[in-house]
Design a protein around this ligand. Structure first.
Ligand SMILES: [Zn+2]
Length: 408
């Protein structure tokens, strides 16, 4: 935490009659409901001990021993869970933009993001190498890979041959990206999308370089082809039609496969009022203006919702991811996933424990001894109503509260 933010946090806690926990302060969050993040039953009336930015004890409040000198924080009536992880984002690239985009995510309880395929500047690489303690962790695909898509952004590699595809993977591997992103989408018939003879060797080359490949898809036929080519994840669900038995049979052979459903607009008017107190007035007005019903979007969303439910029921690992650069989007995406038929617990795991595994963050994603103290404290119970993830009380990154006094 920078001096400025720490100073503001101390002021806030002083206003509330509390002393702000500083970095390294031993904390005990006492009396809350703890959602671990691995799908296990919540602990009611639990306690979490944080020492030096790490969780050191978790259990029933009665059985946890508060270390001497610990700051005790009353969490009765609140819910304690891991901070959220957004596995599919496209944040800004300059220092000013990316720092702001990540600060906004911290404000909304998000502690890690993956940028999926439009990282062109030097700063994202620097930030990922530095991973500052007071900022969400940053992961990246670097430049993703697609066919030439004139008129669309030229951040990705535009490739037309196997040699170019393999070259793009090798260059990405040399930059030590976290995943290879490919797009397989004709954009409504405008382009020749990546064909199996191109994406097959790209995925194989990624695997040779110890990298996974995730695919932006649209059509069921491509989803099947990609599964046959051993793609590791989808960055969207199947959107053109309901998945069929052949698709489910292909999936059944791939126990490690991961779906980021990323369903996009629900096409229905949503409750956006919770954002009013956070966003600047002009930004909030834009959100309200865009909050309209769209029957075509609703139809497409319904296909994806059915496909998500079917894949989740079949045991496919689901990770939450939102696309774009909307810092609070996870709170809407999680509501959409529950409306698709997933339980709130399943959805929370997709945004915490399973997302951490997908991003290969071994030290976070669950509330457990030994994990980094990236902790979200809510004023409501998200297992009763997933929209309670929006009732944020405190966000801790590495045991230090994020200053939420004003929107970054
Ligand atoms: Zn995307």
């Amino acid at each position: 935490m920078t001096g400025r933010f720490l100073g503001a946090a101390i002021t806030l806690f002083a206003m509330l009659g509390l002393v702000a926990p500083a970095a390294g302060q031993t904390l005990v969050l006492e009396g809350g409901r703890i959602i671990i993040g691995d799908g296990s039953a919540p602990i009611e009336n639990g306690a979490v001990v944080v020492e030096n930015g790490k969780i050191t004890q978790v259990g029933l409040a009665a059985s946890v021993k508060a270390p001497a000198g610990a700051m005790r924080i009353n969490a009765r009536g609140k819910t304690i869970l891991p901070t959220l992880i957004d596995t599919h984002t496209h944040p800004g690239q300059t220092k000013e933009d990316l720092d702001r985009d990540l600060a906004r995510r911290a404000y909304f309880g998000i502690s890690a993001v993956m940028s999926l395929g439009i990282d062109t500047d030097a700063y994202p690489y620097q930030l990922r190498a530095a991973q500052p303690a007071d900022s969400p962790r940053y992961f990246m695909a670097g430049r993703g890979i697609t066919t030439p898509e004139p008129g669309r952004g030229q951040e990705p590699y535009w490739i037309s041959s196997v040699a170019e595809g393999i070259g793009a993977v090798r260059e990405s591997a040399a930059r030590n990206v976290d995943i290879i992103k490919i797009w397989v989408d004709s954009r409504n018939g405008q382009y020749n999308k990546l064909s199996p003879d191109l994406y097959g060797p790209i995925i194989a080359e990624a695997h040779k370089n110890n990298l996974r490949a995730t695919a932006h898809i649209y059509d069921l036929a491509d989803a099947k082809g990609l599964l046959r080519a051993n793609v590791d994840a989808f960055a969207h669900g199947v959107r053109d039609t309901d998945v069929d038995d052949e698709f489910m049979a292909l999936l059944a052979q791939r126990p490690d496969f991961v779906l980021n459903p990323n369903m996009g607009s629900r096409g229905a008017v949503a409750d956006v009022s919770w954002l009013r107190s956070s966003l600047p007035a002009a930004d909030y007005e834009k959100v309200e203006a865009a909050n309209t019903a769209n029957p075509r979007a609703a139809e497409l969303h319904a296909i994806q919702a059915r496909n998500l439910k079917k894949m989740s029921d079949a045991g496919v690992t689901i990770v939450m991811g939102t696309d774009g650069n909307t810092p609070y989007a996870p709170h809407f995406e999680m509501e959409d996933m529950v409306l698709a038929g997933l339980t709130p617990m399943k959805v929370l795991v997709s945004a915490t424990g399973d997302a951490a595994k997908f991003l290969r963050i071994p030290d976070a994603g669950t509330i457990a001894a030994g994990k980094t103290a990236d902790i979200l404290v809510l004023d409501g119970n998200p297992l009763e109503d997933i929209k309670n993830t929006r009732r944020i009380n405190t966000v801790y990154l590495k045991g230090v509260p994020v200053d939420r006094k004003s929107y970054p």
